[in-house]
Design a binder for this molecule. Structure first.
Ligand code: ZN
Length: 413
C-alpha cells in the first residue's frame, strides 16, 4: 500500500508542525536534517518512533499544538515505566469521533440503537471513545464502564440494549452469565463491537452463538487517537481502516523494511491530520497484514487482517520461537475443548517446560485428549508440551484482558 501524493502532502504538513513545535519527533527530524518528503522513497527514510520515545517525552513533550488549543489528554497505562500522555485538540477529538461513527455505521449500527458501553472511562481512550462515536451517530449511549456484572445484566434488560461494546473476555463472561441465568430471551442484543485484544475464532464463535449476535472487531491504540481507527464490515474479510486519517505500513519487525501487501509483519502508523500529538511511522508492535484486493462490500478503505499478536508476545522455548496465536490455532482444532486456555512456561532442572491448560466437559477421556493435543503441538511446533485437561469453568475469566500466557521463568531463582 504505497503512500499517495495527497498523503505525502499531509505528512509534510505534519513534519512542519512537529519541527516548529520542537516536540520530540521534531527534534529527531531536525537532527536527521529532514524538513520535507517529496516521494514515497523519501518517506521510507523517515525515522521510526517507538513507545520509548513517547515515554521519554513525559509529561507533555509530544504536545505539538499551542497549549490553548489542547482540550484534553489521554494516557496509556504503562505496565513498565512512565505512562504516555497524548494531548488532543478539539479537532482531534472531533476527527476521532468521526472515525468511530464510521465504525458503527460499517457495523450497520444506527441512531435507533442503544449502545451498552462496558470499557473503562477515565484516562484511557476506551469508554470515552465508544461514547464519542455513539453520540456523533446519534445513538443512545448507556455508559456502564466495566465491572458489576449484576448491574450490567439488569441495565441490559431494562434498557433493551441492542449493541454491546466490550473486550472479548468480558463479552464471554457476560454470555456465560446470561446462559447460566437463563435470561437470553430478555436480552435484546443484536451486535457486539469488540476491541482491544487478540481473540481466537473459537472464542468469537462461542460468544456469537451464545448471545445470538453479530460481532465486529474494532482496532485502535491510545497513541493513535484510541479505538475506532478500523473495523470489519459485514463480509468479515479483515478490518477496513481510515486512510484519510492514517497511513499504515507493514514492516519486517527485525529489519524495519516494508513487506509486500498480504505478508505478515508489524503495523506502523502515521497520523495524517492529528494536531495535538502527530505521530510519524509509529511502531505499534502489533502483528497483522494488509489484505490485498477489494472487499466485496465495495468500500474503498483498505483492509487490515485480524491482529495476530504482538512482536513482544513471541516466546522462545527450547530455542524455538513460538507465538501464542500458533498454540491457539492448534487448540482451536479440538472440538472437545472450550475457548479458554492457559500457557505456563517454566524452567525446571535446566530445561524450559511449557504446560498448556485446557478445559473440557466430563464426558471425554481427559488422558486420551491430553495425549492427542500433545502430539499435535509436537508435530506443528516441534517440542513436547505438558497438556493438562481441566473441567469447564476452572480457568480464570476476567473483565479486562485475560492473561493466557504466564512466563514463570523470570520469577524463579
Ligand atoms: Zn468490506
Amino acid at each position: 500500500m504505497q503512500i499517495s501524493q495527497k498523503q505525502l502532502e499531509q505528512v509534510n504538513d505534519r513534519i512542519k508542525a512537529l519541527v516548529n513545535a520542537g516536540s520530540f519527533y521534531g527534534k529527531k527530524l531536525e537532527a536527521a536534517g529532514i524538513t520535507e518528503v517529496k516521494t514515497a522513497e523519501d518517506f521510507l527514510k523517515l525515522p521510526f518512533s517507538e513507545k520509548k520515545d513517547l515515554r521519554d517525552a513525559y509529561p507533555l513533550g509530544l504536545m505539538t499544538a499551542p497549549e490553548e488549543e489542547i482540550v484534553r489528554i489521554h494516557s496509556s497505562s504503562g505496565t513498565t515505566g512512565k505512562p504516555v500522555i497524548i494531548p488532543y485538540t478539539a479537532k482531534d477529538v472531533d476527527d476521532w469521533g468521526e472515525m468511530f461513527k464510521r465504525c458503527y455505521e460499517v457495523a450497520g449500527i444506527t441512531n435507533k440503537d442503544r449502545i451498552h458501553i462496558t470499557p473503562g472511562y477515565g484516562l484511557w481512550t476506551a469508554g470515552i471513545g465508544f461514547q464519542n462515536g455513539c453520540e456523533k451517530l446519534g445513538a443512545m449511549a448507556i455508559p456502564m464502564g466495566p465491572g458489576n456484572t449484576e448491574k450490567q445484566l439488569e441495565m441490559m434488560q431494562s434498557m433493551k440494549s441492542t449493541v454491546l461494546c466490550s473486550t472479548s473476555s468480558y463479552a464471554l463472561l457476560l454470555a456465560e452469565e446470561i446462559e447460566k441465568r437463563g435470561i437470553k430471551d430478555k436480552i435484546h442484543l443484536k451486535k457486539g463491537v469488540i476491541g482491544s485484544e487478540r481473540w481466537s475464532k473459537k472464542m468469537r464463535d462461542r460468544i456469537a452463538e451464545s448471545l445470538g449476535i453479530e460481532l465486529y472487531d474494532i482496532y485502535g491504540l491510545t497513541e493513535i487517537y484510541g479505538p475506532g481507527i478500523g473495523i470489519n464490515c459485514e463480509h468479515n474479510t479483515g478490518m477496513h481502516y481510515w486512510d484519510d486519517y492514517l497511513y499504515l505500513e507493514i514492516i519486517d519487525p527485525k529489519t524495519g523494511e516494508p513487506v509486500p501487501d498480504g505478508e505478515q509483519g508489524e503495523i506502523v502508523i502515521t497520523t495524517l491530520v492529528k494536531e495535538g500529538a502527530p505521530l510519524i511511522r509509529y511502531r505499534t508492535h502489533d502483528l497483522s497484514r494488509i489484505i490485498p484486493g477489494e472487499c466485496p462490500c465495495g468500500r474503498s478503505y483498505p483492509r487490515l487482517d485480524t491482529i495476530m499478536g504482538r512482536t513482544d508476545d513471541m516466546m522462545k522455548i527450547k530455542g524455538v520461537n513460538v507465538f501464542p496465536s500458533q498454540i491457539e490455532e492448534i487448540l482451536g482444532s479440538f472440538k472437545e475443548i472450550s475457548s479458554e486456555y492457559q500457557i505456563r512456561i517454566s524452567h525446571l532442572d535446566g530445561k524450559d517446560t511449557m504446560r498448556i491448560y485446557v478445559e473440557s466437559t466430563g464426558d471425554v477421556d481427559f488422558a486420551a485428549l491430553s495425549k492427542r493435543i500433545t502430539d499435535k503441538v509436537k508435530s506443528v511446533i516441534g517440542f513436547t508440551p505438558i497438556v493438562k485437561v481441566v473441567e469447564i469453568g476452572v480457568l480464570p475469566r476476567s473483565m479486562k484482558k485475560t492473561a493466557r500466557v504466564i512466563d514463570e521463568r523470570y520469577d524463579e531463582k
